[in-house]
Design a protein around this ligand. Structure first.
Ligand code: GDG
Length: 486
């Protein structure tokens, strides 16, 4: 029986080491839950890196064996591969370029070599696993070259690819010396999915300007194949967040937290530590809000969770220091014995705590400078069982394209942010409920399961269309462009 092979840089698992013993925990990320149903069906498997450096071959065998029982196939990365591929080219070259932080982009031929090497390593592993009829679903910016490498080895492969971060405009993408190779890598797919229409258009524009490949309604003919491109905004596991918000553990936590914090309005933000998330800008806006609206001093607190991420990299260490300083400055200026302006947590929490934070907050402040989608704002909405609460959302997050009933802001416009905070804090309850209902209806319907189903369906359609193409017609069409592959 043919199977679906999910491929991502990280396997959906957290491996903890305690006293030399390994324990395995499912990861809580949206992708893990969303693809859970695909992964668990039939003989389907998930291929990726288990997330830690393992030198000892007995330990590798032990991990491989344990994960195989859960239908996960491990690809181990050496310390230099983790540095060059994961921390290097993926996070210091592609991540800043795709998020328009080009002042941070590292252009280093050595990192590029490691990126190519690891993509080939993934392909070699997959060669051993792929059987005729299997479908591959490859995820994200770490594996942009993989579709084409696999296609070279197995021309008949069925390959879908989804990009979780923005695809930048041509003006940013063209800065990369390896832009053609990257596009060529992606073109190995049958179906390419992006979060938003804009991301998809940016990809098509780069394709046209760098490769001379034009599209017709999102379809590109490459050699004798059809590549289909579409926008497919990722949803959340709505029921999981709604149920968590109703669970006794969450309710007990909410009571405990509220008792400690007191009777103030709460503005919430939750992000991984990342410069794309706009955390310092948000803090500065909150400080100015307190300056401009002294009537809210002592009446509103900012509850800010920053989850440690990539913090060995210099840019991330600097960002952490900047945040620490700003929080200290605001609390130093405004704090009272019975009121803390900013409650700041630099750590991660279990789902029930997160759920209690969503429940007890009056406003969610989600203001990334750039974000592929942003799931936190969707989780906040799903957790609001009483429909009271206001979302302030950056126009630069993919989610803003769907959530037009949020208060939408430009994160570079501090005055707009301050006005949005004020508007949110004084918004009448009936308006909150009206906006929340519309957003909940949308997110309940376009949930993560819907997203996974549509992705698989679109991949199937594309493969069928491709298989049905009359080779002569393709020959005629592709002769019109002299530069078929990049
Ligand atoms: C990338 C793209 C795109 C956060 N803190 C805790 C915790 N979280 C969970 C949240 C949410 C997830 O992490 C973060 O998802 P985001 O979408 O906000 O951001 P990225 O990690 O940057 O994800 C992004 C996404 O991929 C999906 O395509 O939306 O644009 O950058 O689910 O709840 N979970 C737990 N404890 C925490 O302390 N358990």
């Amino acid at each position: 029986m043919s199977k679906t092979i999910i491929v991502s840089n990280r396997l959906p698992i957290k491996i903890l080491k305690e006293n030399g013993k390994l324990s395995y925990m499912p990861s809580e990320g949206g992708l893990a839950t969303g693809l859970g149903s695909v992964h668990e069906a039939g003989d389907n498997i998930w291929v990726g890196w288990p997330g830690l450096a393992v030198g000892n071959s007995d330990k590798k065998k032990e991990i491989k064996k344990s994960l195989k029982k859960q239908n996960m196939w491990s690809i181990f990365l050496s310390t230099s591969e983790i540095k060059g591929f994961h921390e290097g080219f993926s996070n210091q070259t592609l991540w800043p370029n795709f998020h328009y932080f080009n002042q941070y982009t590292v252009y280093d031929e050595e990192l590029w070599k490691v990126y190519q090497k690891v993509n080939k390593k993934f392909a070699r592993k997959l060669d051993k696993i792929i059987a005729p009829g299997d479908t591959l679903w490859i995820h994200d910016y770490q594996l942009l070259l993989l579709p084409q490498i696999i296609r070279q080895h197995n021309p008949k492969s069925k390959i879908g690819f989804f990009l979780h971060i923005p695809f930048p405009s041509f003006e940013s993408f063209r800065l990369l010396p390896w832009r053609r190779e990257l596009l060529n890598g992606m073109l190995g797919s049958d179906f390419l999915g992006f979060h938003t229409y804009d991301d998809m258009q940016h990809f098509l524009s780069s394709m046209s300007r760098l490769a001379g490949l034009e599209n017709k309604n999102g379809k590109i003919t490459v050699d004798s194949r059809l590549v289909m491109v579409d926008a497919l905004p990722m949803g959340i596991d709505y029921d999981k967040y709604a149920q968590a918000a109703a669970s006794p553990d969450t309710l007990a936590r909410e009571v405990r937290y509220r008792t400690s914090i007191g009777d103030v309005k709460l503005i919430l933000s939750i992000d991984r530590l990342d410069y794309s998330k706009g955390i310092p800008q948000r803090l500065r806006a909150f400080e100015s809000f307190l300056d401009q609206h002294p009537e809210f001093v002592g009446k509103v607190s900012f509850f800010m969770v920053v989850v440690p991420s990539r913090d060995t990299a210099p840019k991330y260490r600097q960002l952490k220091q900047e945040i620490d300083l700003l929080v200290g400055q605001i609390n130093g200026r405004f704090a009272r014995l019975n009121w803390t302006p900013v409650h700041y947590f630099y750590r991660s929490f279990p789902l029930s705590a997160l759920s209690a934070f969503y429940r007890m907050s009056d406003v969610a402040l989600v203001t990334p400078m750039r974000d592929g989608m942003n799931l936190v704002c969707k989780e906040f909405i799903a957790s609001k069982l009483d429909k009271k609460g206001v979302l302030i959302l950056s126009e630069m997050a993919g989610a803003s394209k769907e959530l037009s009933d949020a208060i939408l802001i430009n994160p570079n416009d501090i005055n707009q942010l301050i006005d949005a905070m004020h508007k949110a804090l004084v918004m009448p309850e009936n308006e909150q409920v009206k906006r929340m209902e519309i957003m909940q209806r949308l997110l309940r319907k376009y949930n993560i399961h819907h997203w996974a189903e549509i992705f698989m369906e679109k991949s199937r359609v594309c493969q069928k269309l491709s298989a049905g193409i009359d080779n002569k017609a393709v020959g005629r069409a592709s002769n019109k462009t002299d530069n078929k592959s990049v």
